[in-house]
Design a protein around this ligand. Structure first.
Ligand code: HEC
Ligand SMILES: [Cu+2]
Length: 411
């Protein structure tokens, strides 16, 4: 048993060393780069094969000559070393040949790079922002934007001592809640940036890999040939959950894409974060408050106007929803039992802040503090649920927060 574990570790190490084993696993390619589904990815693949075969030929010639010489002119046969010091001819040849080979590789490579860089005449512009540890997608000019985070199933399974066999989780660690949806056959320009540290947006099937750097906007484009689901990951070590911000792109035929986009627009901008927990019936006044940032005017007016409705969701509803939000957004730092990981990540069980005025926790979630990132992208419902959950768990004193409270705090 001990021995088997040992070999498993060696195996894991080997797959880490040789081109990130997981990266290969999800692209379906065993030994080679994926050919991908875009014109550029095909070009990159051809380029890679072209250079590869040049290397093979050089390898055969050089090692062939070496092994032949070692064998045919070995000492036991009485071979005597020849002397051709300072042979101008040899020196010219061994300078000229590599020069020609390099130029032969550089010309097609430069041509491909220039094409990759040409983001002119795009049909669709999408801004991609990296966050610790999720992606935001904005369809520019369309008023559609949402966050894409690790799928809840993967997130639960990855927790220490989760008790879940990760092999039973479909697309473990390479699935998200809201994939980036794109049309096929259209030139799509990506504007890539970051909100905190350097990330990198990488989808091997498109041959797209660009750094997301705070304060800069990098451009790259793609045009997808066939519908399908394509997966990628953040490719720049960006902190402790770097391995948990995968990328999923769903490529749809154009008419389906248009229908999807129209549906998102009709839902308003908070599509993504509002969707998962919004199942429970909500009194009208609170629902309006949670719907969109633009509705804050209404929200502020609501509690006074509709005092009985402002009672909002029941405690049970809030705590059930709050547990989900906590597991998705907070558990990495504050841990399952609210124990935190002192000294950096404080425990929430028995915390002074949590047991103080309820506005303090809402503010902390909205604005972050030092090492804690802000969560303004969560809907008012989600923040109400998670703060209620934090207040009422692990022996804390138990306060209930409604979406209206959060709407008021956002002002
Ligand atoms: C990336 C790690 C991280 C995540 C994720 C995170 N926090 Fe925090 N949290 C911190 C850190 C660090 C502090 C201490 C901040 C300080 O005071 O400097 C903190 C402090 C707090 C406090 C105050 C505790 C105290 O006693 O000071 C509360 C309440 C809190 N977090 C709630 C949440 C909630 C709710 C979520 C999820 C929506 C969340 N946190 C997600 C890192 C995190
Ligand atoms: Cu990252």
């Amino acid at each position: 048993m001990q021995k088997m574990l040992g070999w498993a570790r060696v195996g894991a190490l080997v797959s880490c060393l040789f081109g990130s084993g997981s990266a290969l696993a999800y692209t379906g390619a065993k030994w080679n780069l994926p050919e991908g589904v875009t014109e550029m990815s095909h070009e990159v693949h051809h380029l890679h094969m072209f250079v590869f075969w040049i290397c093979v030929v050089i390898g055969i010639v050089v090692f062939g000559a070496m092994f032949y010489s070692v064998f045919a002119h070995r000492k036991s046969k009485g071979a005597v070393a020849a002397s051709f010091h300072e042979s101008t001819l040899v020196e010219i040849i061994w300078t000229a040949i590599p020069f020609v080979i390099l130029i032969g590789m550089a010309i097609p490579a430069a041509a491909t790079l220039v094409k990759m860089d040409d983001t002119h005449n795009a049909d669709i512009n999408i801004k991609i922002t990296g966050y610790q540890w999720k992606w935001q997608y904005e369809y520019l000019g369309e008023d559609v934007s949402y966050f894409s985070t690790l799928a809840a199933e993967s997130n639960r399974a990855r927790q220490l001592n989760s008790g879940i066999d990760v092999y039973t989780v479909p697309n473990y660690l390479v699935d998200v809640d809201h994939p980036l949806v794109l049309p096929v056959g259209k030139k799509i320009r990506f504007l890539i940036t970051s909100n905190d540290v350097i990330h990198a947006w990488w989808v091997p099937a498109f041959a797209v890999k660009k750094d997301a750097i705070p304060g800069y906007i990098n451009e790259v484009w793609t045009k997808i040939d066939e519908p399908g689901t394509f997966r990628g990951v953040c490719a720049e070590l960006c902190g402790r959950d770097h391995g948990f911000m995968p990328i999923v792109v769903k490529a749809l035929p154009e008419d389906e894409f248009k229908a999807w986009l129209a549906e998102q627009k009709s839902k308003g901008t908070e599509v993504a974060s509002a969707a998962p927990v919004a199942a429970a019936p909500v009194p009208a006044a609170v629902a309006v408050a949670a719907a969109a940032p633009a509705a804050t005017e209404v929200a502020a007016a609501a509690p006074a106007a509709a005092a009985p409705a402002a009672a909002g969701k029941s405690k049970d509803e809030l705590l059930a929803a709050g547990e989900k939000v906590y597991k998705t957004n907070c558990i990495a730092c504050h841990q399952a039992g609210g124990t935190g990981m002192p000294p950096t990540f404080p425990p929430l069980a028995g915390s002074k802040v949590v047991n103080g005025p309820k506005d303090a926790v809402i503010q902390q979630v909205l604005h972050g503090k030092n090492m804690m990132p802000p969560f303004p992208q969560l809907s008012n419902d989600d923040i109400a649920a998670v703060t209620s959950y934090v207040h009422s768990s692990w022996g804390n004193k138990g306060e209930i927060v409604q979406a209206g409270d959060v709407a008021a705090a956002r002002k």
